[in-house]
Design a protein. Structure first.
Length: 467
């Protein structure tokens, strides 16, 4: 089988079909959910060609074993919201959607587009205790399991173990340890840390949230009231600003420049997602390490870097980590039996192949089976990662680093989702008020308290607009 790709052009066609349907014309449901028990339509939020090809193979294997015909549709991440909206209006939603973000799950749930009964049955059949509990909690609304979490990626603090060891520094697991390391290692040739500051970049807001979660700074409380003006948030703003003003490289930084700085050997720490791991190992030609030592040994940085997932601030009760969990969802009008059978297959017989699509960014949320509790996390370590060169991450990273990454799904937290505020989270990621407040703070002479109040006012206004 071959996957179809739908994007903005398709969204326009679908939107047009809504008008036709309103006038009594058009009944084509070729891209939507099927009620035929022998066929289903599956969207997957992935449009990189080699990854889609790998997913096609998984779908083919399922069809051969089950007899269920699957139409696979590739969807670009940036087009997802628009396509869901237009397809829902046209009655053309698929049966199943894969690689759905937390915000996507919550948005579809708010708009009553999900089957909210079947995911719990799938999780129960597979074994709830075989999943990372944090991933299940993030994909619930109260006691309702909205989706089946398939994988995730953690935000990492990547650091130069060789420089830390030479200076006698502790790993950067706390605000104090991070600040001490940045101050100690910052110099003319090496910055203490590379951290993003661009106001219009979601990466800036994600990086702030990474630190905020470990310091007890939350977007909202259990009642849904915005709480960014809390002392914990003000403290986190001050912490971030201190790092950037005193120990980072000059100028605004973004997702590309922070990576480039660390890869050049010009930063002792960098905040990045686990997608950095294959690049750090020299497996992607357009993002190769360029440090002086890397010329003789392209794996130098990988061998001399450590990672931290969870960090803790002075006001935090325990270490916390930021990341994304992606899931399988069934739509409200899906053909339940074959759709459920498909998701169970991809989360069992096809699961290792699913993780293998991009191991550096698909950390298993299901660790194993009842018979072998670590089957999938163990298999993940041996999967080939990379783009232009393929090799297992275990060829480049020590056991401690791999253990930290592979268990990261157990500690991932996020603002707003457990409080049922996924719609607000999605809206803030669209407008990025926290990133704007942070940028003004690090670029000027304000205080964390002022930045926290600015973010508070902006998010409260966004929340009011959603009511």
């Amino acid at each position: 089988m071959r996957a179809r790709t739908i994007g903005r052009g398709a969204a326009i066609v679908l939107a047009g079909s809504v008008l036709l349907a309103a006038c009594g014309g058009g009944d084509d449901d070729s891209s939507g959910g099927s009620q035929d028990a022998d066929s289903i339509t599956v969207w997957v939020v992935e449009d990189i060609a080699d990854r889609v090809t790998a997913i096609e193979a998984i779908v083919d294997a399922f069809s051969q074993s089950s007899g269920v015909d699957v139409e696979l549709v590739s969807v670009a991440e940036n087009d997802f919201d628009q396509l869901v909206t237009s397809s829902a209006a046209a009655g053309d939603l698929p049966d199943v959607i894969g690689a759905t973000s937390l915000a996507g799950v919550q948005s579809m749930a708010v708009n009553e587009l999900l089957d909210t009964e079947t995911p719990a049955s799938i999780v129960d059949d597979l074994g709830e205790d075989t999943f990372a509990q944090a991933a299940l909690e993030l994909t619930r609304d109260g006691d309702t399991q909205l989706a089946v979490p398939s994988d995730g990626w953690p935000q990492l603090m990547v650091y130069r173990k060789d420089l830390f060891d030479a200076a006698g520094l502790e790993p950067p697991t706390t605000f104090d340890a991070i600040t001490t390391a940045a101050e100690t290692l910052d110099g003319d040739a090496v910055a203490g840390i590379a951290a993003p500051t661009i106001p219009g970049d979601a990466f800036t807001q994600q990086s702030f949230e990474y630190f905020a979660l470990g310091n007890g700074c939350e977007l909202v409380d259990d009642e849904g009231t915005v709480t960014l003006d809390s002392p914990e948030c003000a403290e986190t703003f001050d912490f971030y600003a201190d790092l950037v003003r005193n120990y980072s490289v000059a100028g605004n930084q973004d997702v590309d420049t922070t990576r480039a700085t660390y890869f050049a050997g010009q930063a002792a720490m960098v905040v990045w997602s686990s997608f950095i791991l294959d690049e750090l190992a020299g497996l992607r030609n357009d993002a190769l390490p360029t440090c002086p030592e890397c010329r003789a040994d392209p794996t130098f940085l990988a061998q001399n870097s450590g990672v931290v997932t969870a960090v803790q601030g002075p006001s935090g009760d325990e270490p916390a980590s930021y990341g994304e969990i992606t899931s399988w969802v069934l739509t409200a009008d899906s053909a339940t039996d074959p759709a459920s059978e498909f998701v169970q297959y991809v989360m069992s017989d096809g699961y290792v192949d699913w993780l293998a699509v991009a191991p550096e960014g698909r950390i298993p949320t299901r660790q194993g089976t009842a018979d072998d509790p670590e089957e999938y996390v163990t298999a993940w370590e041996g999967l080939d990662a990379g783009v232009d060169t393929l090799a297992p991450l275990g060829d480049f990273y020590d056991a401690e680093t791999l253990e930290t990454v592979r268990t990261s799904a157990e500690t991932i937290q996020r603002w707003g989702f457990e409080q049922g505020q996924g719609q607000l989270v999605g809206a803030t990621l669209g407008e990025l008020p926290v990133a704007a407040a942070l940028n003004e703070l690090v670029s000027g002479s304000g205080t964390g308290e002022e930045a926290a109040q600015q973010a508070q006012d902006a998010v409260a206004e966004i929340q009011q607009s959603l009511e």
